[in-house]
Every structure is written in C-alpha cells, then in structure tokens.
Ligand binder design. Sequence first.
Ligand code: HEM
Length: 456
Amino acid sequence: MKVKRPTTFLGTPATAPGPLGPDMLRDFALIRSNPLAFLEKSWRAYGDVVQFPIPKPPTYLINSPQGVRQVLVSNGRNYGKSTIQYRALSLVTGEGLLTADTDIWQRTRPLIQPAFHQALLTELVPITESVTEGLVDQWRKIPRDAVIDVDQFMLAGALEVVGKFLFGANLATNSHVITDATLSALEVVIARARVPITPPSWIPTPANRKLQRSVNTLDQAVRSMLRQRSNDTTHLATDTPNMIDLLARATDQHGNKLTARQIRDEIVTFIVAGHETVASALSWAWAVLAADPALQAELALEVDHAQVTGAMAVENLPRIRAFYDEILRVYPPAWLITRKALASDSIDGHAIPAGALIILSPALLHQNPQVWDAPKTFDPVRFLGKYPRESFIPFGAGLRQCIGKDFAYVEGVLLLATLIAKFTVRYPEGGQIPQSDPLVTIRPRGGVALRVSLRE
Ligand code: HEM
C-alpha cells in the first residue's frame, strides 16, 4: 500500500509504511485502552510490515508469515530480548529464562531444560489431577441457579498447579508467601506499563515502594526455602524431588550450577509465565463452550469413550486438543512478543536498522488470511487436519519457544476433559462471550460469569 509520508522521523529513516504522528495522536485513547486493537488497525491499514513514527528506537510491527519466521527462527540470533517490555518484567523476574537476554539465556536454558522435563514427567499429571478434583468438589457444591465467575476458578487452579509443581505438596506456607509476593510485584509492573511516563524504579513513589517491598518479601521467602531444603536432608529419602531441588542439583557439562539468585529468578519466572497464561486459555475455553451446547456435548462424548488419566490423555482426546488449539489460535494468551534487532536486517524488502524494536503478535498472525482459511471463524476442526503449523505461534517459535508448552497441553487438556465430562455450563440470561482485554495476557473483560450444572 502506498502512503505519503516523510522519509525520516527525527533522523530515523522511514523504511516501511505506517501511521504518522497526527494519526497516533488521534488514536492515543485506543493505544492506551486496547493496544492490540490499535496494532490490528495499523496492520489492516498499512500491510504486513508497519513502521510507527517513533525515532528511538525505530519501531516496527511485523505480521507476514515469513517475516515473523525470520525474526523468531531463521535469523532468530539477530533478535535479542532487551526491549522495554521485557526489561519492565525483569524488575520482578530478574534474569530468569523469559526475560534474560541471549548471553545469560544461553548458559541457563541447557541447565534448566532437563530439570524441567524430569519434573514435568513425574509430577504434572498427579498434581493436575488432584487440583482438578478439588475444582470438581467445589463446583458440585454450587447451588443450582448460582452464577459463578469461572475465570477466578481457573486462575486459582492454575496457580495451585504451578505452585505444587515448583514447591511440591509439602511446602504450602512458604509457597503462598512467594506466589502472593510475585503477584503483588507484578501488579505494580503492569500498572507502570499502562502509564506512558513513569518515575524510575529507584524513586520512592508509593508504587515503587510496594514493588520493593514485594520483591524483598519474595527474595527472603525464596532464600529461606532454599536454606530449609538444603539444611534439612531428611526429605531426600521420602519426598519426590520438587522443581527447586532439581534446579539446585542441575549441572551442565562444564560442571556449572545455578546460583541461589538464578534459582530465585527461575522460580519467579515460572510463577509469572506459567499460571495466568494457562488460566486465560482455560477461561476462554469455558466462555466459548457456554455459547455452544452442541460443542460441549460432542467433547463430553469424546471423554466418555477415551482414557483420560495419565500423560496419554492429550493423545487420547484429539477433539479436546483441537478445541484447545483453536482457543490458543483465536485467544492466544501471550498476544505480544517483542525483540530488539542486534544488527540491521531486511524484512520483506524493508530495511530494519540495528537497535529497532520489533513487535510481533500471535493474535494478529493467527488472523492473517494469507495462511489461515476463514480466520474469523471459530472452528476447532481445522486442527484435526493439515494446518499452517509454522504460523501457529501461541508458544512463540525458534530458540526462545516456551519451555512450558507440553506443561500447558497436559494441564489444559486434562483439566478441561475432566470438567467437561462432569459439568455443563451456560450463560445466565443476556450473557455472552466477553470482550477481550489485552493486558499481560488476553483476559476476558469482567471475567466469565456462568451457571454450572452437573451433566445429565
Ligand atoms: C497456554 C499457556 C502458555 C502460553 C500461551 C505461553 C506462551 C509463551 C510464549 C509466546 C513464549 C515466548 C516469548 C518470546 O518469544 O518472547 C513463552 C516463553 C516462556 N514460557 Fe510460556 N506459555 C504458556 C505456558 C507456560 C508454562 C506453563 C510455563 C512454565 C511452567 C511457561 C514458561 C515459559 C518460560 C520460562 C518461557 C521463556 C523460555 C525461554 O526463553 O527459554 N509458559 N511462553
């Protein structure tokens, strides 16, 4: 698309079409209230490579299938994570896997990956089963015509799963201190991200003091848990090692181990990255099911005829998995991925200068009609056949792909299958699928208020 525009923004060359300063001003309210809707509007107006009129850093939205692939996979090493979004998150997560820039990440991921997979294989299924049984008990007790916010149940359930995964079942007290402090620190970081000009974190504003207090509580609680775990060796004979034990023991081929600080950063990262993401996907799943009784019946029937226990559940339930995939396509929890170009590059014929901020959005790539048929239609069946795998990126792609992808499938499919087999959901009078709010994850605005009843 041809647009008339200046050739530079305050000295930064304009190398791709995009909105001008006055357009951005006009859309200021939309940028604040719904940044994803603004990105979508820009993509539909200017095409798959959009440049925003921001000189420092030059800022691009990339939404062509090959452009996204280039940034994440084929030239992935040229794109680091030192971006404003990840730096803000790192006030809480430190240099954990999600926010670490390439150098540190290259050293830590090989240490963490095997520990993570060992814990995943032995721990995740029983933990998810017991947390889901807890949900079943709670839902059974709900009075017949009561309306509940299913989103709150999914958030609590997903937090419990990740907490037990990290800390084992025996460390309940400390683990609450840690998860509470993490969520409270995260709240400050999110609030900061919504305000365009925020005082630096060392200025003692009330918000910064809250952040500091939460981070201190977090640090102390993790230190005390690690001390407790290494002083008291009695648990070694009886307990299955929890994720913290595995991280403390992990050694790479050069004999390197993680420091206490690194273990703290990874624990906090897993809490941040591993609970709201799964909860959002599950809440959207209920929101869609409540509007479609036929789909509920079809999925429940699949569960009736399959073996749902154990790690094989995901393979044994292709329709539930396809439904979960379609949820992840239409409502990808992690809707924003950012990168910094380390050296200059060219994407779809547009020069990308070194230092540029690159914005990618799974939510937009999943709507690109170049690769997806009828992208606006919710249709789980598309995942039962051939689909454009390379353009399905709810978990990212390439080197920095989500370490928790299998975790998210096992937890999500097991939990959904168990509950779908036992309960039906419907909207109260006048209820409908909620609007989406792109916060840290894509959230259902106002929650998901539903009536839940035992399946006949
Ligand atoms: C439906 C659920 C989930 C979604 C949609 C999701 C999405 C993502 C995405 C898109 C990335 C890549 C970010 C980037 O490239 O910048 C990512 C990375 C990551 N995720 Fe997830 N995630 C989910 C569940 C989990 C779980 C359950 C955990 C852990 C228990 C987890 C831990 C991580 C970590 C540690 C990273 C950083 C990996 C690295 O750079 O080495 N995620 N996730």
